[in-house]
Design a protein around this ligand. Sequence first.
Ligand SMILES: Cc1ncc(COP(=O)(O)O)c(C=O)c1O
Length: 341
Amino acid sequence: MTKANKQIIIDLRFGENPEAFLPAVRAVKEEAEKINKYPEPKREQLINYISKNEKINKENIYITNGIDGAINIVFSIYADKKSEIILPVPTFPDYEFSAKDLKYKIKKVPLEKDFSLDIDKVIKSITKSTKFIVIVNPNNPTGNQLINNKDLERILKSFKGLVIIDEIYFELTGETSIQLLNNYRNLILFRGFSKGYGLAGLRIGIIFANKKIIQKINETEGRSNKFIVNRLALRAAESVFLNLPLTREYINNFLNTKNEFENQISKIKGIQVLESKTSFSLFKLAKLSNNIPDKLKSKGILIKSTKVYENFPNNIMIIGVPKKEEIQYVYNSIKEIIQYG
Ligand SMILES: Cc1ncc(COP(=O)(O)O)c(C=O)c1O
């Protein structure tokens, strides 16, 4: 293929960090010499770093292969056909997919028009069969904080089942409920390395929970699938904690690029930027325009279709952050589509 006809592809579907974290790249390259060896089954070194960094006991930490893996293992160890899961919608669809695969009943609590979550509606939805309440905070796709710690404590006090808070975007906001772990045995927190830390391709994530829950996970996945997290992922995740000033700089660079991207797109007439505390940007269109994802695809830009989300307005575009040098091309492409269809 010649340079002239090479198709541009800018993939903005998943809200990834568009740049790699260089200390992680170096760590992976070094570790590549040892891929003939199995990874450490107990993931102790990484757990030590996380424990120190978060000031959380090691026995409250489990490492698995991404939050996707965390959802699966936590749902599966408590699965039975009679149990319900309360899920505010729209939200990250994998919770519903995994719950359905495991035959849970799903009770959806629709978000309000302004995307806020009515906590009383959540509490009223609880029944004897409710095993989990899941809250993605801040939420994908609405970009907002759904719950504060005061309201979370109200739920934790009034509910005997387990509350999962998905904090995959924590590194971008600094807001967390981790301090509640010591007081509530029914709180489970998920954190990831895929967004702020830029390790989406390596599949690694964290479960923080009460010691008994972590023990239960260790007795299942930790035993039957003990090599589930590979050694490259472990070294890359450790590099995040071994290079904290660079990690902060990497996250700040991402936030700056996101800002620049949103400022640029806001110059297009008929587009309003909505606040998003996540790794993707939200743009509201004054006029509904059909098939924007398809039209952008023809220009080599891939964005997520809003159809994957239940109850999400179709005049909002969900777009990941491009590289700095791609912003102008994405801006020109969106502008052309909005102006000329
Ligand atoms: C809310 C939320 N949770 C979890 C994930 C997946 O996380 P991981 O890459 O750690 O599996 C995503 C990915 O977009 C997400 O938006």
